[in-house]
Design a protein around this ligand. Structure first.
Ligand code: BGP
Length: 470
């Protein structure tokens, strides 16, 4: 639909940026922090680990000042569970609480509203050793961890996100580094873990509403529109299957507290249905999110699979479809360009995604990740001409505004990432930030912060409330 007149962004629109603890903080074993599954994972050859990352733990004041200079209204970051509970539960680590107290105060001092992701991939390793999300005790540990966060930070944090990209941990956990390599029947086990995460999330939402009546909480999956590879009815059906398994399974549960019927039929067909204990469905149905947060980088295209095992491609990348025999298989979209890492670039798909989510759930939406990973060049005189990133974000913001003009309620946009950080599986060379961090894969250099061209551009986008995207 063409709009002759676009609706402006709402006056109180929350422009900001995102990071996650393990990708930005560093200080991986300082001040009592315990190891997480990410700290213990194997990293692809040639890519750095997360031990120092962007050293935000020691430089957060400088970083927050730069975010304030860009005009951020909100900053979305995650709390490292292992800083608060080094063993996942048990005794609280005071130093961990202190760090986030200081961080939150610093953010607020600059007039920025914090948005906290409670759990962003970095499950405490001590819990993983006891079965991780396969063990129902992890639900209790998560709920206890949430209670601690609400108690300590609830007076200053109004926006909470339960779990980052639960769907990506289930579908692409190997690429991200969250899957226990010792699982005997991985898919069946993963869907059991998925169920436990659903229950944990529901408990967190209910607890938040009980403890912090003025706060808002929601899920943060990765949701994208799914295209059929052609107009062949079987391809359309495959896209419908994948949308249910990848997207709606997660949001139907978060919003309505029920298993999506197509996703459930898939689980039955494959023998992956989880054990559901008495009382679980009640917990799931009684919890409601206040909004939906979601991450969007690229759309996906799939075709019909006749059941051939070769339709499964171990891609090792969370945005390249793996495939499932007899259900769907990954396909490429000939109408889209790709970035340097093979991800298709699809701003119009972003508008469609916003429409689809709002149409199904009628809850306010916030975009908690969107951005372009690229290999930036640091030029003479501390210049980074990341015009490609500006173009990517401009095109997506334009489509977001069109979605708003379509009547979709969007209240915030937090691109990935506020500052350069280490990618999930492609090291620090794959950069996303508005701020360059001067280090290489294995040479930490001086880690100094340098404003990229996109920094100045985004500043102007924010100050014009999205009216000036040039
Ligand atoms: C999402 C994650 C982020 C982030 C982003 C970019 O899946 O929530 O943590 O890393 O993708 O992905 P990558 O770092 O693999 O390029």
């Amino acid at each position: 639909m063409k709009h002759e007149r676009r609706k402006p962004f709402p006056n109180d629109f929350l422009w900001g940026g995102s990071t996650s603890a393990y990708q930005v903080e560093g200080a991986w074993n300082e001040d009592g922090k315990g190891p997480s599954v990410i700290d213990m994972a194997k990293y692809p050859e040639g890519t750095t680990d997360f031990k120092v990352a962007s050293d935000h733990y020691h430089r957060y004041k400088e970083d927050i000042a730069l975010f304030a200079e860009m005009g951020f209204k909100v900053y979305r970051f995650s709390i490292a569970w292992t800083r608060i509970y080094p063993n996942g539960d048990g005794e609280v680590n005071r130093k961990g609480i202190e760090f986030y107290d200081q961080l939150i105060n610093e953010i607020r001092k600059h007039g920025i509203e914090p948005i906290v992701t409670i759990y962003h991939f970095d499950l405490p390793y001590a819990l993983q050793e006891k079965g991780g999300w396969s063990n129902r005790a992890t639900i209790d540990a998560y709920e206890n961890y949430c209670k601690t966060l609400f108690e300590h930070f609830g007076d200053r944090v109004k926006y909470w996100l339960t779990i980052n990209e639960q769907n990506m941990m289930i579908l692409h956990g190997e690429a991200i580094g969250t899957v226990d390599p010792n699982l005997k029947n991985p898919k069946k086990e993963l869907y059991q873990q998925n169920h436990h995460m659903f229950v944990a999330q529901a408990k967190a939402m209910a607890l938040c509403h009980r403890m912090l009546p003025d706060a808002k909480i929601g899920p943060a999956p990765n949701i994208v529109t799914i295209y059929p590879a052609s107009s062949k009815p079987k391809d359309v059906l495959a896209a419908n299957n994948y949308a249910a398994i990848r997207n709606w399974l997660y949001l139907d549960m978060a919003v309505y507290g029920r298993y999506n019927n197509i996703a459930w039929a898939y689980l039955e067909e494959k023998g992956y249905t989880p054990t559901i204990l008495e009382g679980d469905m009640e917990i799931l149905q009684n919890a409601k999110p206040d909004f939906i947060a979601f991450n969007y980088y690229t759309s996906q295209t799939v075709a019909a699979s006749e059941g051939n095992e070769e339709d499964v491609k171990q891609t090792g990348d969370q945005h390249i479809t793996v495939g499932e025999p007899g259900v769907y298989k990954g396909a490429s979209n000939p109408h889209l360009k790709r970035n340097e890492f093979g991800w298709e670039i699809d701003p119009v798909g972003f508008r469609t995604t916003l429409r689809e989510i709002y149409d199904r759930y009628h809850l306010p939406l916030i975009v908690t990740e969107n951005g372009l990973g690229a290999i930036d060049q640091l030029e003479e005189g501390d210049v980074i001409n990341d015009t490609y990133r500006i173009e990517f974000l401009r095109n997506h913001i334009e489509q977001m505004q069109l979605a708003i003009s379509d009547g979709v309620e969007v209240f915030g946009f937090c691109p990935w990432s506020a500052i350069d950080l280490v990618s999930t599986h492609q090291g620090i060379s794959k950069r996303y930030g508005f701020i360059y961090v001067n280090r290489d894969e294995f040479d930490l250099k001086d880690l100094r912060r340098i404003r990229k061209q996109s920094f100045y551009w985004y500043k102007q986008v924010i100050s014009s409330n999205g009216a000036n995207l040039d």
